[in-house]
Design a protein around this ligand. Sequence first.
Ligand SMILES: Nc1ncnc2c1ncn2[C@@H]1O[C@H](COP(=O)(O)OP(=O)(O)OP(=O)(O)O)[C@@H](O)[C@H]1O
Ligand SMILES: [Mg+2]
Length: 501
Amino acid sequence: MAKAYRALPVLEVKNIVKTYGGVKALDEVSMALTAGNVHCLAGENGCGKSTLIKIISGVEQPDSGSIYIDGKLQEKLSPFSSIMAGIQVIYQDFSLFPNLSVAENITITSQVAIRAKLFSASKAKIAAATIIKELGLTLDLSAKVEALSVADKQLTAICRALINDARVIVMDEPTTALTHTEVDYLFDVVRKLRERGVALVFVSHKLEESLQVSQDVTILRNGKHIISGIASEFDRKSLTQYITGRDVSEAREITSPVMTAKPLMEVSHLCSSGAFNDVSFTLHSGEILGITGLLGSGRTEIAEALFGVRPAESGTIEIDGQAIRVRTIRDAIKAGIGYLPEDRLTQGLFLDKSVGDNIIAGSLDKHRSAFGLLDGEGISKTTQSMFDRLKIKAKSVSAPVRSLSGGNAQRVVLGKLLANQPKVLILNGPTVGVDIGSKEQILEILRNEANLGRGVIVISDDSLELVSVCNRVLVVRQGEIVDTLTGSQITATNIQEMTTA
Ligand SMILES: Nc1ncnc2c1ncn2[C@@H]1O[C@H](COP(=O)(O)OP(=O)(O)OP(=O)(O)O)[C@@H](O)[C@H]1O
Ligand SMILES: [Mg+2]
């Protein structure tokens, strides 16, 4: 009875089993949430984290196992009974109504929950204001949600959870789209939630962050419960070992490309008012070039201009010495540029189509015979090899994308990009949402692509990732390239100092 001093868990799951058509997503998993504690739920892509969340929110029913709320066994937890018991999940898209105000969004589900016949806007505003004040936030109650930053949308979702008397708040990868300052702010709010006695579940692939904010840890691997314990007894290394089942090297591993006199791509004086100014750089064949900067620095806008998402207003882009015009995405693809966008929720996957169909969707023209016929054999070879190289966790290439975990769906997008064999690969946050063990595999794939003679641009604020693969790193601040790091200058400390200077 080592843990006898602990209070009765607010929520406890015991020996949960959940299978999806033969795949054991959860295999005897247990977890106990204590009031006032943050519980870090960690593990590789596809290990079962989101499935466990669906079970405690009543969205999915377990095959076996039990759920206790305040020590009381729940015979059948439905989404409604879960909400009534005070369990609130903040999903990645926050499930807010974009065209309603902050106040309306905060109060709307509680109105629904108590089935209020009359929705009083003024009462809603008072209730919302109380919560915002208690948390010490500065949210504008009458602002439309669509006009808010990601961080403020998240805070709105948190306030909504609280107004519904949340006793358990689950956050699935809450910091992915936040700047460093916003993360600090979120963690302040988390501390206030703890003081109110809320039990939190925190799912994130960023290990330092998870350790910093959590008191308890549960680690899953392949649906199995590996360990639960007190956060202070873990560090990055041990956490990584439990998560992956092995040691993971995060060392710098760079092969210098042969710098030919002529660059593969040359960008000169690119401007886009309000986004970036006078951006010039070269990219050589075989090179991995990092572009780093804080969220909002202009790093994403530069990538989007190169890919024709938001074309630049002036400046030139040359590939193999030829000036190219990039007014649309089509122009960019035709010129041999491929792009992996940052926004994981709008990656243009066909969810009901198979993994294979999605991988090949962008490169069908490359698999046609001279007579325009599709080369079935070539197609299945390409899709199978991407499936294997990217270690996509699914039954086979014919599994629908909808059945994949978040991180595995992300790999399908990368597979689709690689299958098209672009000359220039631009990847915005290539390992966002990817687990620590697979991160190195994806970086290795980028090294291979560079070795094949492609030019690779990695847009990232993950300094370990940049240190691990980049030959050069451009630092962007307020829309301008302010520094270039090469060779031994590429260190995590330098990158952090220069992006925030
Ligand atoms: N509706 C479904 N049909 C079939 N298989 C599913 C379904 N939902 C999840 N799975 C499978 O269950 C396993 C666990 O998936 P889950 O989404 O819980 O992973 P996760 O830990 O959240 O991963 P990530 O970090 O990538 O988000 C995966 O193998 C996934 O493919
Ligand atoms: Mg998930």
